[in-house]
Write a protein of this length. Structure first.
Length: 435
């Protein structure tokens, strides 16, 4: 995790203190279940809860691990120091380290997903607000970076809203898939621990028992989770790229908010750069870096190996912390994005009506001209706009083959921008579910 791109709540989720607290809760709940089954004395289970309000000494656990070379044993040794060796005698009864590690990892992923879902809700609210604000703000649509036909800035925001709404559903699904726990013992057969213990621990911690684990929870669940994070990151980049293009000097239809005292360049005082959206593009790459390793973690030897462990120690915090930061940054960027409607209109009119070429083409075919001939007539007049800076409507009106099929008033009608925005309300109803 890089502190520069971290927010406190998500970063705290991955701290050693949080991890050890979850480990403790798993062990304590398991002891309660074992006591109910009569496997261990109830007073021993109750004694474990003496550490309920204790802050575990991370440095001490690290010190023990330096000798044991085993993190879970180091923790259990420290727990025994707190509650007493006699009381700790039955802790971890019938369990294996992966029961603690895997269940904890999934709890952390579930909690991370909850933070990310809240982030997405904030972003969706910002996108919706800006979509309605600019529902009728006309701008030119582009394909291949070239002027295509008119659209609106509101539709651009609505498109991003729909994409992020899909991502929210994906994350809900990924959260549910990874919300499992396993307390099944070595190789997952429950040989030394009753399945009821697993059911009790999972119920207490908001998880579902893993239907069949080996010594680990199956990693296809985690692969799906990190793949979902990668898709969300790509959607962030999709929005960031649009903003970066809009802020180009030659376009300047929108730009990131530039605060008082902000500097754009150490060399050129005039610069106002899209640094936030560029940063978001980079952060998206970092999140996607987790996807392939998560996929590769699915294939493990037999009932377990630990080739996945070092990977997850990195990608768990890195991907979730980075994505949390990126979503918050994007929300602020969208909220304060400066829009320039006049520039949008000027850009659209830069080629003097050329963007209405399809309307003229369709009108000619409706008037009886073959599509091949209609395309030829429209294109030859359009090329005069491209090459000579002519006015498209003027050229059409001066072309006898065009006017033979279309009277001047019909040609003029084809340059009405409102034609292209007549279904905006319909699209908004589809996206936002409002009539």
């Amino acid at each position: 995790m890089i502190e520069r791109y971290s927010r406190p709540e998500m970063a705290a989720l991955w701290s050693p203190a949080t991890k050890f607290r979850i480990w403790y809760e798993i062990e304590a709940h398991a002891c309660d279940a074992q006591a109910e089954l009569g496997v261990i004395p109830k007073e021993s289970a109750a004694a474990v809860w003496k550490a309920k309000d204790v802050e575990f000494d991370v440095a001490r656990i690290d010190e023990i691990e330096a000798v044991t070379k085993h993190d879970v044993i180091a923790f259990l040794t420290h727990l025994a120091e707190i509650i007493g060796n006699e009381e700790a005698r039955f802790v971890h009864q019938g369990m294996t380290s992966s029961d603690v590690l895997d269940t904890t990892f999934n709890i952390q992923l579930v909690r991370a997903a909850d933070i990310l879902l809240a982030d997405l809700d904030n972003l969706l609210a910002a996108l919706k607000r800006r979509a309605y604000e600019h529902k009728d703000t006309v701008r030119i649509g582009r394909s291949h970076g070239i002027h295509a036909e008119p659209t609106t800035m509101g539709l651009t925001f609505a498109r991003f809203h729909a994409e992020m709404a899909r991502n929210r559903k994906r994350l809900e699904t990924a959260r549910a898939e990874v919300a499992t726990g396993a307390i099944s013992g070595a190789v997952g057969t429950f040989a030394n621990i009753d399945p009821a213990v697993e059911e009790h621990v999972c119920a207490k911690l908001g998880l579902t028992p893993e239907p069949i684990s080996t010594q680990v929870i199956p990693r296809d669940r985690h692969a799906a989770f990190f793949a979902c994070l990668g898709v969300i990151a790509s959607s962030i980049e999709n929005i960031a790229i649009e903003i970066r293009h809009m802020q180009r000097t030659e376009v300047l239809e929108a730009e990131e908010f530039f605060s008082a005292g902000q500097k754009g360049s150490s060399a050129m005082p005039h610069k106002r750069n899209p640094v936030l959206s560029e940063n978001l593009t980079g952060l998206a790459r970092l999140v996607r870096m987790a996807v392939i390793p998560a996929m590769e973690n699915v294939a493990l030897w037999h009932e377990r190996d630990i080739s996945h462990s070092s990977v997850e120690r990195g990608i768990g915090p890195d991907a979730t912390v980075t994505l949390d930061f990126a979503l918050a940054r994007l929300t602020g960027l969208v909220d304060r994005l400066v829009i320039y409607p006049e520039t949008m209109l000027a850009n659209m009119n830069r080629f003097r009506g050329l963007v209405m070429s399809q309307r003229v083409l369709l009108a000619l075919t409706q008037a009886g001209v073959s599509r091949e001939d209609a395309y030829r007539l429209v294109q030859r007049n359009a090329m005069k706009v491209w090459e000579q800076g002519a006015d498209f409507q003027t050229e059409l009106l001066a072309d006898p083959e065009v006017t033979a099929a279309l009277p001047p008033d019909e040609i003029a009608e084809k340059f009405d921008v409102g034609y292209h925005t007549k279904h905006v309300d319909t699209i908004f109803a589809r996206v936002f579910g409002e009539s």
